[in-house]
Design a protein around this ligand. Structure first.
Ligand code: ATP
Ligand code: MG
Length: 734
């Protein structure tokens, strides 16, 4: 296969560069990812590189999978075992292979950020620390921020008492994690960096091995990630980096655009190639993106052009409420489906996860299958985390987070007092909670002993079972199923638990356990962890990537952040209101507004042919009705490139919505006014949460009639979707 035939001149130059460090700085859709992937294939095809000598880092699991799939399509090679993944995924892999050298138990577990927060709360409690003065979230941010800067507690500069306390907490937190054999996300990176820093033999080994290091989305690497790449390059291997400063959207997590200029200097980059032709989007979409981003002052500066023609203008729709915004969106999606478009070619993007609920309801009622990336994902649901906690204890009984999650779930008569005593005993002997159970007496001791016995017997009985049977055994023997059978909403949870067994089976198959993994034989450092250990890492790292509906043609829902690097035929960007997009939190931060604008630039440039942008005059968010002003970003789109589907909202940055203004509604409208005006006789709005005496909580999905005949349609979840006559129904706003 001729890999080079479909490349333009600059792309070709980039793909076939000699083995020297290079930076490809280019705008969205100009083929950066394509160049990077093609370069790997070309190096392998021309015999300059073996698949084992590649290290390629991408930003999301989805992107890594796609890269592997594209590689297999270009070359007759088996990509399994290749070092292509995310920073976290690759560091996890390195630490698993060298856990002893890294000072970790072979069974170490990964704490996701919710688990980490839980662990910090526990720590504060155990040390009698006032969590108002030291809010757990701030402690978490402090710890992660320090780790991402490559600093252990002892390295953090102490300048006052307040800061000293944070540093102490960091020390205690690390000790707790070590005791329990767990790593948070930032720890995976820092630990890996320290491992290579300390261990010269290993460092040399990997430097010998990875002759080519390739990095996608380089603008979003943080300091520690860059330091790790430098270690692996070791002054002799080339780094091929691609990125776009206009798409840097992770500053809030420590991403450092300055890495680009550091890289140019430190690696004496001679090859700075610019790609300027955009192959993704039609002219109007590209013009909208270019004009928007031109409002940012701090840019390296580059323009994109396309020869794809103008295409259709960007459509803007202003709805009265978030419910109507969703209803309009559903209509447009139906229209696109009728034109023969697959659902998976369309994406709905939002700035904040909380926006998805209303959209999900509308899609659900319209019978349009959808998939949510992010938000409450499969592996984050409570019942799944409970089941995983049992599995984690089978792997590693010292995992106190897992222990506390399920020691009394389902209830076993083990109360808070008992657990405090247990925690004291554990602290006294620096043991795990699990190990401390032996020292407990009386009834409490017996109950705890029963739990330990359960875990021990589970471990004993499942030793040689296939993974899915281990998972099944844990779910059955833990008592989770029986517990949920007696619960009101238990059926869905039980279904999710069965889905976990399926997920385990699929995992074993996808990862090729049992079959020989080609390319990894005889290499001690890529020793494959047990299926259970692998599955537990997978659950922590890849949450959301394997949802139940995988394989089904589904509309894609995600935050703008999660959409990075992806492209779709049609894209809906929703919630263009001041305070939401740009997000209110950003407005007080240095560079905050520019980062929001880059985020909007990312959103716009995901679209190939159709771009829809919408806003709602009022929106129910976090239990409150908000009346947002039109986003300033809408005014930054050039008139020729857009088409308003509704009368254009008031001009001028932050202007009130035209219609309401003309109608004399005061800007500080009371909670009822705009919504009530639009549905004068109902008092309810589409998308509103309501409560019914018999059916419980629901969401309004439709409204009809007026006066005595006014009806609302409500989705009551397990109780189904019902029409209610308002004159008689006992329905209240929740
Ligand atoms: P982003 O900044 O959003 O990550 P990118 O620069 O990585 O974008 P790609 O995703 O690699 O861009 O490419 C965008 C689209 O353009 C893809 O569909 C890709 O296949 C296509 N493309 C890139 N180069 C060419 C080319 N020379 N000929 C035809 N199509 C191309
Ligand atoms: Mg890309």
């Amino acid at each position: 296969m001729n890999l080079l035939q479909n490349l333009n001149e600059q792309q070709l130059a980039a793909v076939t560069l000699p083995n020297q460090s290079a930076l490809i700085l280019a705008g969205a859709g100009s083929g950066k990812t394509r160049v990077l992937t093609t370069r790997i294939a070309w190096l392998i095809q021309t015999g300059q590189l073996s698949p084992q000598s590649v290290l390629a880092v991408t930003f999301t699991n989805k992107a890594a999978k796609e890269m592997l799939a594209r590689l297999s399509a270009m070359l007759p090679i088996n990509t399994r075992g290749m070092w292509i993944g995310t920073f976290h995924g690759l560091c996890n892999r390195m630490l698993r292979a060298h856990h002893r050298e890294a000072g970790l138990p072979s069974t170490f577990q990964i704490l996701d950020s919710a688990d980490q927060l839980g662990a910090i709360k526990r720590l504060l409690k155990a040390n009698n620390i006032d969590d108002e003065r030291y809010p757990p979230r701030n402690v978490q941010q402090f710890i992660n921020g320090s780790k991402e800067a490559g600093l252990r507690a002892k390295d953090v500069e102490v300048n006052d008492d307040f800061n000293r306390r944070f540093v102490e907490l960091y020390t205690l937190y690390d000790a707790q994690c070590n005791r329990e054999g767990v790593c948070d996300f930032a720890e995976l990176l820092l630990r890996c960096h320290e491992l290579l820093d300390r261990n010269e033999i290993l460092r040399q080994h990997y430097q010998d091995r990875f002759r080519h290091i390739l990095v996608d989305e380089f603008q979003d690497t943080n300091r520690l990630q860059y330091a790790w790449l430098k270690q692996l390059a070791g002054g002799r291997n080339a780094i091929f980096a691609v990125g776009d400063d206009d798409q840097s959207i992770y500053a809030f997590r420590g991403a450092n655009v300055g890495n680009m200029s550091d890289f140019e200097r430190e690696f004496r980059v001679q090859n700075l190639i610019k790609l300027e032709q955009n192959y993704r989007s039609v002219g109007h979409i590209l013009n909208a993106a270019n004009a928007l981003i031109a409002n940012n002052a701090r840019r390296l500066g580059k323009e994109l052009w396309t020869d794809a023609g103008e295409g259709e203008p960007v459509r803007i729709y202003e709805a009265q409420t978030d419910g109507y915004e969703a209803a309009w969106l559903v209509d447009e999606v139906k229209g696109l489906i009728a034109e023969g478009r697959a659902r998976s070619e369309m994406a709905v993007l939002y700035r904040s996860n909380a926006q998805s609920r209303v959209i999900e309801h509308a899609l659900f009622n319209a019978g349009i299958p959808y998939r949510v990336y992010g938000g409450l994902r499969f592996f984050e649901r409570a019942e799944i985390k409970h089941a995983l906690a049992y599995l984690r204890l089978i792997e590693n009984p010292a995992d106190d987070t897992a222990f506390l999650r399920v020691v009394n779930f389902p209830p076993r008569g083990i109360g808070a007092r008992t657990l405090e005593q247990l925690a004291d005993a554990a602290r006294a002997t620096s043991a795990s909670l699990y190990a401390a159970v032996g020292g407990m007496t009386g009834k409490a001791g017996a109950n705890l002993g029963g739990f330990v016995k359960l875990i021990e017997s589970l471990r004993f009985e499942t030793v040689n079972l296939p993974l899915s049977e281990i998972v099944d055994a844990a779910i059955q023997r833990s008592g989770l199923i029986q517990h949920y059978q007696n619960e009101k909403e238990g059926q869905e949870r039980i279904e999710n638990l069965s889905e976990l067994v399926n997920a385990a089976a699929a995992f074993v198959q996808e990862e090729g356990y049992g079959a020989d993994a080609p390319g990894t034989q005889g290499e001690a450092e890529t020793a494959i962890p047990s299926p259970l250990a692998g599955f537990l890492s997978h659950a922590s790292l890849e949450a959301g990537d394997n949802q139940a509906e995988a394989g089904q043609d589904a509309l894609q829902l995600m935050t703008v952040h999660a959409a990075k690097g992806l492209e779709f035929f049609a894209v809906f960007v929703t919630g263009l209101e001041e305070g939401l997009f740009p997000h209110e939190n950003s407005l007080t931060e240095l560079d905050g507004l520019e980062e929001e604008r880059r985020l909007m630039y990312v959103a716009i440039t995901r679209a190939r042919r159709r771009l829809y942008v919408s806003l709602a005059q009022s929106r129910l968010l976090h239990g409150q009705t908000r009346y947002g002003l039109k986003s300033r970003f809408l005014d930054e789109l050039p008139e020729q490139a857009v088409k308003w589907l509704t009368p254009r909202a008031g001009a001028g940055t932050g202007g009130r919505f035209g219609q309401w203004h003309d109608a004399g509604v005061k800007p500080a409208a009371s909670a009822a006014s705009p919504a009530a005006r639009s549905q004068p006789t109902h008092g309810f709005r589409i998308g509103q949460s309501v409560r019914h005496s018999k059916f419980g909580d629901g969401v309004v999905v439709s409204l009809e009639g007026s006066g005595d005949d006014a009806r609302v349609q409500v989705n009551f979840g397990v109780h189904g979707v019902k029409w209610l006559l308002l004159a008689v129904a006992k329905l209240v706003a929740a």
